[in-house]
Write a protein of this length. Structure first.
Length: 203
């Protein structure tokens, strides 16, 4: 994660120092693997870390779009976007730079000052996700979505086709048995597949 350039030469900031994540959160945020999973119990700060991961990906992938997905649009607006806005305020307090350029609720988009940005949607709109072309995707609580993980994967994976320094998929979820995305990441971890990274954090 380390020191990053926010906008030209205007602000160099060490994100670990600014946000002070706990060790497991820091491991998740620092990983540059194409597929990353933060699997944690209640109270481990998954949503906080995922919202910060969105900010980190947006900073690294200057000028490139992303997708921020939650179980429902209601959860995104009530829980995840407030965390993201809180992180942007923390960043502003540390650097004086307002990273959000514009929030367009009607389009479900947030534009950022470095030309990057993201669209936010709930999994209930899975059919509308397929149309996008992005550099990164962040997904919350996939193991507890009403949409099957295979359907989510079929919709999401093809959208990640814009190249960038931090391209890929970030997932944060509570465990729900060895199924779905958890099993997929577990199997890749057993096979030591390059580009797959898992952080487990007990309650």
């Amino acid at each position: 994660m380390g020191a990053v350039d926010l906008q030209g030469d205007t602000a160099i900031v060490d994100l670990i120092e600014v946000f002070k994540p706990h060790r497991k959160q820091a491991e998740f945020l620092a990983s540059m693997a194409r597929n990353r999973l933060f699997l944690g119990g209640r109270g481990t700060g998954k949503s906080w870390a995922l919202a910060l991961d969105v900010l980190v990906s947006a900073i690294h992938n200057q000028g490139r779009p992303g997708l921020f997905l939650g179980r429902t649009e209601g959860e995104l607006k009530q829980n995840l976007l407030p965390y993201f806005e809180q992180h942007c305020q923390t960043l502003k307090d540390a650097t004086g730079v307002q990273f959000i350029r514009r929030h367009r609720p009607g389009d479900q988009m947030i534009d950022l000052i470095n030309g990057s940005g993201f669209i936010y949607k709930g999994f209930e709109n899975i059919a509308k996700i397929r149309m996008h072309s992005v550099c990164w995707v962040a997904m919350d609580e996939v193991e507890h979505s009403r949409v099957a993980h295979e359907e989510i994967l079929r919709a999401v994976k093809p959208t990640i086709r814009v190249l960038g320094p931090r391209q890929g998929l970030a997932v944060a979820s509570s465990p729900n048995g060895l199924v779905g995305f958890t099993k997929q990441f577990y199997d890749h971890q057993l096979r030591r597949t390059p580009g797959w990274y898992t952080v487990r954090c007990p309650s």
